[in-house]
Design a protein around this ligand. Structure first.
Ligand code: SKM
Length: 280
């Protein structure tokens, strides 16, 4: 058949490391495919999606600001994408129908499996505290619910948004006021920053980690810089610190497998390559 082609689409898209990740795997597997970076403005995105069946692409990744629009435009949704309300992976089926998935949630959890071991959902009795209430928080809360957490708190400066995200984990999710963080931290087994605080050019996230229990772990979705001040503070406390690059690497796996037919591995070599690119 024709050379398999896939893409990452966003606006802007220059910062995306997805072409590097998929290019690494294509070379590793000896697959003569391509993975292209596409900058598509919001106004042009619906036509872009409708044109996919005749484009020669087998699918692609979708990033900011198109994930919610993609959710609304696809023909079928995975249950996970439906729960999250956003799509980051498109697959064109042989019959031309477009399936939308969200791999951010399993990507986040797969990285925790790799770094903390598969028992991480049990830390501190199965309680996670998610900071922020944007798209990444939605994905992570759904992912945590899938993995059997017993309690998921969502804290956000805007309380109404925290309520909406907590509602994605029925029975276990609850909104938490920002002022109540110090009281919640002693019962938190996994603290996750999903805000952009700590990213290059942004102020750091100002949360005192000293109330966290000894068995807690701290995760950040920010990967530039790789070690945010939050993660540095976790390490100083002797707690496992999980950076955001792992989520980016792992969320890429299901798409690659769907478009190119081989299940790729997140190896130290791949990670080192992206780390070097981020540093350069
Ligand atoms: O969900 C991912 C997306 O699939 C690709 C991406 C990128 O290339 O920067 C970031 C995340 O939104």
């Amino acid at each position: 058949g024709a050379t398999p082609r896939a893409f990452v689409v966003g606006h802007p898209i220059a910062h995306s490391r997805s072409p590097l990740i998929h290019g690494h795997w294509l070379a590793e597997h000896g697959i003569p495919g391509s993975y292209e970076r596409l900058d598509v403005r919001p106004a042009a995105f619906p036509d872009f999606v409708r044109g996919l069946p005749d484009s020669g692409f087998r699918g692609g990744n979708v990033t900011i600001p198109h994930k919610e629009t993609a959710f609304a435009l696809v023909d079928t949704l995975t249950p996970r994408a439906r729960a999250i309300g956003a799509v980051n992976t498109l697959v064109v089926a042989p019959d031309g129908r477009i399936r939308g998935d969200n791999t951010d949630a399993p990507g986040f959890c797969a990285h925790l499996d790799q770094t903390l071991g598969a028992a991480w959902p049990d830390r501190a009795g199965g309680t996670a505290l998610v900071l922020g209430a944007g798209g990444a928080a939605r994905a992570i809360v759904v992912g945590l619910a899938e993995r059997g957490l017993r309690r998921v708190w969502v804290a956000n400066r805007t309380a109404a948004r925290a309520e909406a995200v907590a509602a994605l984990a029925p029975g276990i999710g609850a909104a938490l006021a920002w002022d109540d963080l110090p009281a919640a931290l002693p019962r938190t087994g996994l603290l996750v920053n999903t805000t952009s605080l700590g990213m290059k050019g942004q102020p750091p996230l100002a949360v005192d980690l000293s109330p966290l229990p000894a068995g807690a772990a701290v995760a950040d979705i920010v990967y530039a810089p790789l070690e945010t001040e939050l993660l540095a503070a976790a390490r100083r406390r002797g707690l496992p610190a999980v950076d955001g690059l792992g989520m980016l690497l792992h969320q890429a796996v299901p798409g690659f497998e769907a478009w190119f037919g081989a299940r790729p591995a997140v190896t130290p070599e791949l990670r080192a390559r992206i780390v070097a690119d981020l540093a350069g």
